[in-house]
Design a protein around this ligand. Structure first.
Ligand SMILES: Nc1ncnc2c1ncn2[C@@H]1O[C@H](COP(=O)(O)OP(=O)(O)OP(=O)(O)O)[C@@H](O)[C@H]1O
Ligand SMILES: [Mg+2]
Length: 390
């Protein structure tokens, strides 16, 4: 028998049956693009236990970036805790959830229970045996709650101390504190965090105007730490990534497909991934290998049909002047909306009426303003308005 030499070849196998594009949730590492500098900076600042503010409009990728930074910090031995501030229905519910998340980072729940009881003395605390629930049933008056908050906000430092590790806290959707008796939360939190040398914080917010106001002079968080304003991902890089993922998943993208997706989505990360995901499904559904611009248009048509009811409801909710202003934003590419010629063309009325309508659209998160340009937040809604309204 002839000797057989086996060569070991390492091949990276990509799952060709699974859609490589992800939207509507924090992106997994495999679908994460770019953000190299932002990530590096965030990690460096967290490592230095800074209190960082991360700001961007909705769906730019804050939570995904935070998740990656926390994963790195965990690998470096830090304890990381992530809480979405907007998911609670009251200030006390937030304090309960925050205390529970911090306590869950202890090695055992028994140890957590004992330091929670030590730390919270201003009000009754109920700590579940192993259900990992924390409740403050007696915190009712504003005074009770503010004393309790002071204690809860010291917990990260206590955790760092008992576990002798660095602690990183991410408070996502932080703008929601404004709803919980905003001013006092900001004061209490700022007062607590500034003394916590072993705890890094990232406060992430998706309503830039609210967040910027929170960082202005005479507000507690003024100059509390570095501010990162997340921009869009570089368009060419995103387009190349999209084409690359089609290829790796066994499809052959038509030249320019990635670029067309990025452009149609106005380069909003969520919208880019959504269009790419749905286009991929379109190709897979037809059992073909070539992914074409026509598939993209089919995917867009299907998405518009699926969103018809939602968009109709948005439209019904607008006043007539807001509808006209929204159409003008779409049809004029968001520019020159106050000029006489645009106002006449779209029957918009006087400049102050247009300004009021635009302000309402911005406030309701339908439209964003970037310098003197307005853009529809959701690129699907933009396409729907262009095609289905008159
Ligand atoms: N770095 C990235 N690479 C690729 N896609 C991304 C990236 N960041 C975000 N996305 C896309 O955008 C979507 C929204 O991301 P994410 O939830 O992180 O944004 P966000 O700014 O936290 O949004 P929100 O304000 O709604 O909480 C993701 O589901 C994904 O489709
Ligand atoms: Mg988020």
């Amino acid at each position: 028998m002839l000797p057989v030499t086996l060569y070991c070849v390492t091949i990276t196998l990509f799952d060709v049956t699974q859609n490589p594009f992800v939207y509507g949730e924090v992106v997994p590492a495999a679908a994460f693009v770019d953000r190299v500098e932002e990530l590096q900076r965030l990690i460096q600042d967290l490592d230095a236990a800074q209190k960082i503010f991360l700001i961007s409009p909705r769906r730019y990728g804050k939570s995904s970036l935070i998740r990656r930074a926390l994963a790195t910090m965990t690998r470096r031995g830090a304890i990381t805790v992530e809480v979405t501030v907007s998911s609670f229905s009251s200030y006390v519910a937030f304090l309960e959830g925050y205390a529970r998340a911090l306590a869950a980072a202890e090695t055992t729940w028994d140890r957590a229970r004992s330091w929670l009881r030590e730390a919270i003395s201003s009000t009754r605390i109920d700590v579940g045996a192993d259900s990992r629930a924390v409740a403050f049933p007696n915190a009712r008056t504003e005074r009770d709650v503010s004393r309790l908050a002071e204690e809860v906000f010291t917990l990260p430092a206590r955790l760092a101390q008992t576990r002798r590790r660095k602690v990183i806290v991410a408070l996502d959707e932080f703008q929601a504190v404004a709803g919980y008796n905003g001013g006092s939360v900001e004061h209490a939190l700022r007062a607590a965090v500034q003394h916590q040398r072993d705890v890094g914080y990232v406060f992430a917010g998706s309503e830039p105007s609210l967040m910027e106001r929170m960082l202005s002079p005479r507000r507690p968080f003024y100059k509390a730490g570095p501010v990162m304003r997340l921009e869009k991902i570089a368009a060419e890089e995103f387009a190349a990534f999209i084409d690359g993922r089609f290829t790796r998943s066994g499809m052959k993208p038509e030249a320019g497909l990635g670029a067309a997706i990025v452009e149609l989505a106005e380069n909003l990360p969520y919208d880019v991934q959504r269009l790419a995901h749905e286009t991929w499904d379109e190709v897979r559904g037809r059992k073909r290998r070539r992914a074409t611009l026509d598939d993209l248009h089919q995917a867009l048509k299907r998405l518009l049909a699926e969103h018809q009811m939602i968009f109709e409801a948005v439209w019904q909710h607008l006043t007539l002047t807001q509808r006209a202003a929204l159409r003008a934003v779409v049809l004029e590419g968001g520019r020159g909306l106050l000029s006489a010629d645009v106002r006449v063309r779209h029957r918009l009325g006087g400049p102050s009426t247009v300004q009021r309508a635009l302000a309402a659209l911005v406030r309701d998160d339908v439209v964003t303003r970037d310098g003197d340009r307005y853009a529809v937040v959701d690129s699907l809604l933009r396409e729907w308005v262009a095609r289905q309204t008159f």
